[in-house]
Design a protein. Sequence first.
Length: 277
Amino acid sequence: MSFKLAKTTTLAMFTATLAAMVLGSCSQYDKLLKSNDNELKYKEAKKYYEDRRYMKAYTLLENVANYYKGTEESDEVLFLIAESYRHNSDYIIANNYYNTYVKSFPTGNHVEECWFLAGKSLYELSPDARLDQTETVNALSALEEYTQLFPNGQFIEEANKLISEMRDKLATKAYLSAKLYYNLGNYLGNNYLSAVVTAQNALKDYPETKLREDLSFLILKAKYEQAKKSVQSKKTQRYIETVDEYYNFKSEYPNGKYIKEANKIYDNSKEYAKADE
């Protein structure tokens, strides 16, 4: 027998053996699923969970949930279902089960963990800052609720970290929106004013954001551009507002990354205001 033929034969035997093992495994699982032995199903479901075969785990666990309802194992079954869905990246379903747990077992063994993981599951759905942030807002609300209920909880450090991350993401979303308004300028309306309002609201809602300096400078820039492009009757007042904004910015960021540009805006605004007097 040639080496090539032997290799082909060995591969074929391996493939057949593997196929037989898979079919045998599936056959055993199917028999288990159809079985009336709920205790065996629960025992095997926990094994599947430990082996990280989460789809089979939650399928079996959901199958026996009613059987264990009202028993000592009931809260553990529900918790493992939620965990199996979360580990399988089915975050919406996991969130629903965590919420069901805290309502069904307000003093259960996993109640604090479920409060936290309900929020963390929504956090996993939070998209890029450029996209719609509904999921981020929902996750933020859920995790803030956890911190209020468990201010000294075992997951408080991670919860606060996730909250900070999501608040920064929402601030980034607001910053991008404000920049868009700024770039639109006077196209179909006074978008500079919209940029100012959007950035100001972001600073009010997320005062600790890493983009605080960027938002503050964008407000100054937008006010300056609005003043430059205003009708004559509004120029002086808007330049005065720009100068006031400059003083606010310089007070907070005297050596900031935008200070040179800010100084130029101040010089131009100050001179124009003097010329208009």
